[in-house]
Write a protein that binds this ligand. Structure first.
Ligand code: FES
Length: 512
């Protein structure tokens, strides 16, 4: 296959790639992280770069997630768009700063922590660049069998995190040398890949996690010299399938006083769940939910970037939305996805089995919804071209069936009836503004009669933030971690049955 040279301007740095390589991937291999909020579907328009002739599209600006190398090409980096759409804080000259990072399988979140005043701000959210090697941890582990790919995954996620921090600090007019530490959280595979550890054993029975507490990484080791003498730390993990996101969430909940009669789930591409029974014993498990709640595998899904609809509501027959930034909406996030599916269910536009109701062609739907059938794909059009298809709804069902099955089996294995749970705690990297009524209506979790439900936001990131300011937090989290009884669902004989029973929307077994 012929090779083509990609040259970065103005630096002149160049590298050769095989014909047909996606431009955004080639740039990522050169350490240039272009934001791809819709996951490279070509729907959000946020990954535009200016390129000379040489891609599969015309010269000028092109969508780097769609353009493929067809000849030698030059890309002009001084014109890279900065997306994000969120305001940055004004730096305090007297404050001590750290950075907390939640490395999700799908989404990475970066926040600034002011350790002097114990407060934090979101700086950035972007898709994990390792997604090109698979949507879930199992595919990433399989891909890492090739050592070169494994190093590229480590390189790319570090580059993406460090360049995101650098961009934010430039925008705040603050030197990155002020960062004292960078604390990362995430599932075990994501942390191993970030730290450059071998992930291969994590995918092989009995799935040993040889390292559960991590040594500090210096910025020199991480090739991040722009951060002076900052140290890089990772929160402790429990096992291959129970990562720092679960351990951190456990420590956050304990810190909030939730110590018994508690059911917790961290919703993401992996669902991580723990149960604190009436005696305070800790049982935990995890399940694969797919990336739908993070806006991926959804036709018009995207991360919480400018142009993203984050909430949808229905009032007096008309849909309304909240969006990040200005202008026309470019897609929907996981929280908006939960809203719209719950609204469709409430309005009997979809049935409890997830299928579209009959006769929608003739029905007047809440404005501006329109039932569309294009190339045999049924969908509900919302604003502009943004459409929710039958397949998108199926992906939500798969996520919710996995969470419901895992929740039910954890209760069973812990011999804890659902009515002994007083507090249901929801954490998640998929969005900060979950409408609990909509979430509950879809039936992601067992029915907990009498429990109070709380949304805690991104507990994995919050744990990393805590560890930035509190030197004892990691040790306390590790002590709690040592009390976990792990319930493995990968070979559980009832998982498939529970999964199928949980596919229909609504709470309880099957459809209601
Ligand atoms: S990432 Fe290219 S259009 Fe959205």
């Amino acid at each position: 296959m012929p090779g083509h040279t990609l040259t970065l301007r103005p630096s002149g740095r160049s590298q050769t790639f095989s014909e047909g390589t996606i431009l955004a991937d080639a740039l990522a291999d050169m350490g240039v992280m272009v934001k791809t909020p819709c996951g490279g579907k070509g729907t959000c328009g946020k990954c535009r770069v200016r390129a000379s002739v040489g891609t599969s599209g015309p010269a000028g600006t092109c969508l780097s997630c769609q353009a493929r190398l067809a000849a030698d090409v030059q890309v002009y980096l001084d014109e890279l768009p900065q997306t994000g759409g969120r305001p940055y804080p004004a730096p305090d000259p007297a404050a001590r700063y750290a950075v907390a990072v939640d490395i999700g399988t799908t989404t990475v979140k970066v926040s600034l922590v002011d350790c002097t005043h114990d407060r934090s701000w979101d700086l950035d959210v972007f898709l994990n660049p390792q997604r090109r090697w698979g949507h879930d941890v199992i595919s990433r582990i399989a891909a890492s069998a090739d050592r070169e790919v494994s190093s590229r995954m480590t390189f790319q996620v570090r580059q993406a995190v460090f360049s995101s921090i650098r961009t934010a600090f430039d925008a705040m007019n603050m030197s990155p040398l002020r960062i004292e530490k960078i604390v990362v959280s995430g599932n075990t595979t994501m942390l191993y890949l970030f730290l450059g550890l071998d992930v291969e054993p994590l995918g092989r029975f009995p799935f040993p996690a040889a390292t559960r507490d991590f040594d500090e990484l210096t910025v020199n080791q991480a090739v991040a010299d722009q951060f002076g003498s900052a140290v890089i730390r990772a929160l402790p993990v429990h096992s291959a399938f129970l990562g720092a996101d679960l351990v951190g969430g456990l420590a956050i909940c304990h810190g909030l006083g939730f110590t018994r009669g508690v059911f917790f789930i961290d919703l993401g591409t992996n669902g991580e769940i723990f149960l604190l029974d009436g005696a305070g014993e800790v049982y935990a498990t995890s399940c694969a939910m797919g990336p739908a709640l993070e806006g991926m595998n959804i036709s018009w899904g995207m991360t919480a970037d400018s142009g993203a609809i984050t909430r949808i509501s229905l009032e007096r027959g008309t849909l309304g939305y909240s969006m990040i930034g200005e202008g026309e909406p470019a897609g929907i996030t996981g929280t908006a996805l939960i809203d719209i599916v719950a609204i469709l269910l409430e309005e009997n536009i979809i049935r409890t089995d997830g299928a579209f109701a009959r006769g929608l062609e003739e029905r007047v739907l809440p404005y501006p919804m329109r039932y569309v059938l294009r190339e045999d794909i049924a969908g509900i059009r919302l604003w502009g071209d943004i459409t929710l298809t039958q397949k998108d709804i199926r992906n939500v069902q798969l996520a919710k069936a996995a969470a419901l099955a895992a929740g039910r089996l954890l209760l069973k294995e812990a011999a804890c009836p659902a009515d002994r749970v007083d507090h249901v705690l929801i954490g998640g990297a998929f969005g900060e503004h979950l409408e609990m009524r909509h979430f509950r209506a879809l039936g992601f979790l067992p029915d907990f009669p009498g429990a109070v439900w709380h949304f805690l936001g991104n507990t994995s990131l919050k744990a990393a933030q805590k560890a930035c300011c509190n030197g004892r937090f990691s040790a306390e989290a590790a002590a709690l971690r040592n009390r976990i009884h792990e319930v493995s669902l990968s070979q559980h004989p009832q998982f498939a049955t529970e999964f199928i029973a949980g596919v229909n929307f609504g709470q309880g077994r099957g459809s209601q």
